[in-house]
Design a protein around this ligand. Structure first.
Ligand SMILES: *Cc1c(COP(=O)(O)O)cnc(C)c1O
Length: 382
């Protein structure tokens, strides 16, 4: 089976060389727009491509506004600040995520609380969230959710759309509303993924995207805050050193951040975003091949949740147990076909091991079994 998988992947990617998990493709107007930016000399913090990239992203995602940033982590940091997350607060998230989710919470002086994921969506489980809140929290007369034992404010909840598969947003929105907790979506991996026809990242009060080199499209490094008008204005202000508009004077009215995306990166982003639907189609074509390949085997291929269109950013299989997983990782990587286990649970990392957590049965089960497969966009001529 493992041998067959290796030849299946080699056939698909048509190469005998090393096959990475994910490589970017630049088949559109990338060189034209980047050269245009250089010719204009506006490579840095101002320029027309930043505005255009933000507008293009609004059109694509349907979010009222989009604010470009240097990377996804910075976008999440600012989004959490705009959700009023501050020192001493608690922010609920999932233990199965990339470390940036938790780091952004820590940058605010807040502490993550780890709640289990759903085995099917791989995203935060609404029922686990509700169960933990029922046991641990209450909503006070001031409309603020606090822990029963030590009156800590539970300010926000950050679900993550794992590998591009949308989490159960209806369920999560309902729980967050009931408990008066702001929903901030970490949609770093899910550009191109829709839940019931609406783009991920556009459900919560705030959402963020990432355009790192390994995501479905890239700006080299980059991110985006998705929000409504008022919060987006605040995001723009905070990410551009909180400078008040003035023709020549420097007046900054709060501690801001230098988090804006350079125009050079935005020009690359405009060209990549023009091709996003082609990229998603290519990912979905590969995913359906994997799905057919694994059907009837001891591996369970991870498919998109019901009523969702997933971008299948990183394809994944669930192995029968940890020793099967280890054998798969060893054979494939030994043969130059890159595969990778899912992240170690965040509550196992030194800096987050003493954080509060619920029952993490599904996360622990998945941690031992999930393997990511080569998932680069292959544009087949047809
Ligand atoms: C990629 C990613 C981010 C942000 O990453 P940057 O490299 O800072 O753009 C945040 N959360 C998750 C889950 C990610 O996968």
């Amino acid at each position: 089976m493992r041998k067959q998988l290796i030849s299946f992947v080699r056939d698909y990617f048509r190469t005998d060389e090393f096959i990475p998990l994910h490589a970017p493709v630049f088949t559109g107007n990338e060189k034209t727009y980047v050269a245009d930016t250089i010719d204009s000399t506006f490579v840095s913090s101002v320029g027309a491509y930043v505005d255009r990239f933000e507008q293009d992203m609004v059109n694509y995602t349907g979010s009222p506004r989009a604010v470009a940033t240097v990377n996804g982590t910075a976008a999440l940091h600012v989004a959490l600040k705009l959700a009023d997350v501050g020192p001493g607060d608690l922010v609920i998230t999932q233990p199965l995520t990339f470390v940036a989710t938790c780091n952004a919470i820590a940058y605010c002086g807040a502490e993550p609380v780890f709640i289990d994921v759903d085995r099917h969506t791989l995203g935060l489980s609404p029922s686990a969230l509700e169960a933990w809140l029922d046991e641990q929290a209450r909503v006070d007369d001031d409309g603020v959710c606090r822990t029963k034992i030590d009156n800590k404010v539970i300010r926000a909840c950050v679900p993550m759309h794992t590998f591009g598969h949308p989490a159960d947003l209806d369920g999560l929105m309902a729980v967050a509303r009931r408990w008066q907790i702001a929903l901030v979506e970490d949609a770093a991996e899910s550009l191109g993924s829709f839940y019931k026809g609406k783009h991920t990242g556009a459900f919560g009060a705030l959402g963020i995207l990432s355009f790192n080199g390994n995501k479905i499209m890239t700006t080299g490094g980059g991110g985006m805050v998705l929000a409504g008008e008022a919060l987006a204005d605040r995001a723009k202000h905070l990410t551009t050193t909180a400078k008040q508009p003035h023709p020549y004077e420097y007046i900054h009215n709060e501690v801001g951040y230098n988090y804006r995306m350079p125009n050079l990166n935005a020009s690359l982003g405009c060209a990549q975003l023009e091709q996003i639907e082609q990229f998603v189609d290519a990912k979905r074509a590969l995913a359906s091949q994997y799905e057919a390949f694994f059907s009837g085997t001891e591996y369970q291929f991870v498919t998109e949740p019901k009523e969702c269109r997933s971008n299948y950013w990183l394809n994944a299989v669930i192995c029968e147990n940890k020793s099967h997983r280890d054998a798969l990782l060893k054979t494939t990587n030994g043969q130059g076909v890159m595969t990778r286990p899912i992240w170690a649970l965040m509550n196992h990392l030194a800096m987050y091991q003493s954080c509060r957590k619920g029952d993490l049965i599904n996360s622990q089960w998945l941690e031992q079994r999930v393997v990511n497969l080569p998932s680069s966009v292959v544009l087949k001529a047809d």
